[in-house]
Design a protein around this ligand. Sequence first.
Ligand SMILES: [Zn+2]
Ligand SMILES: [Zn+2]
Length: 260
Amino acid sequence: MSTHHSTVEVLGCSGSIGIRGEGTTSFLIDDDLLIDAGSGLNDLEFSRLERINHLVLTHSHLDHICSLPFLVDTVGVGRKQILRIYGLQHTIDALKECIFNERIWPDFTRIPNKDNPVMEYVVIEPHSTLQFGNRTIQTVPVTHTVPAIGVILDTPSGSWCFSGDTHQTDELYQVLNTRPKLKYFFLEAAFPDKEKWLADLAKHLCPSLVFGELGKLNSDCEVWISHLKPREFRQIQSELLGHGSPRPLQLLAARMIFHI
Ligand SMILES: [Zn+2]
Ligand SMILES: [Zn+2]
């Protein structure tokens, strides 16, 4: 692999559990940078878990953080470098109060001691730019039931975007329309059209809403859809891949690798 190219590996992109081999949201950029820590992370071998130094969380929901406690535990005190966890204030507060609270799991920001801990939190603003070598992550706020961000990866050779969990939103598309080298856009569709009321309530998308959102995107990038709920997988799939879409769509699955 050229050092000028990055890869995005899909560890998980399902809307829940129930399909063998398909865990919840987690994407690995190159070897060291993780976007979300859903149950898809469980399938990564120890030697690769050890190389993760950065985790950017899109929001606090369980399907995006559930494997983080095991990541810090299994790699734990053997780490050479601290694990940095980037998230909105709301997301970090939720981790502190609800997970790493000494009841559900230990506070790993004090293990083995607070001067030399396994992990640390980095609070970011909804509009942030994070630099990792020649890779830049830009965050853009999206529309969900809790504060949430989409992430854009910019590298010298191209860009990739993951919407995170979102309902209808505008700014993300405005920002993407400034990216001439956008190669891949990962968007979500959690529910079928007959459950649009649920998509509106849970601030997710359904296929007809996806089609509307894609009308805002002026890029000829590939569009990949994630986060389908297993209970309605076939229905959502047939609606997405039917005739309603303004452009070709493909369904994301675990173990796919994208070269940016
Ligand atoms: Zn969510
Ligand atoms: Zn989710």
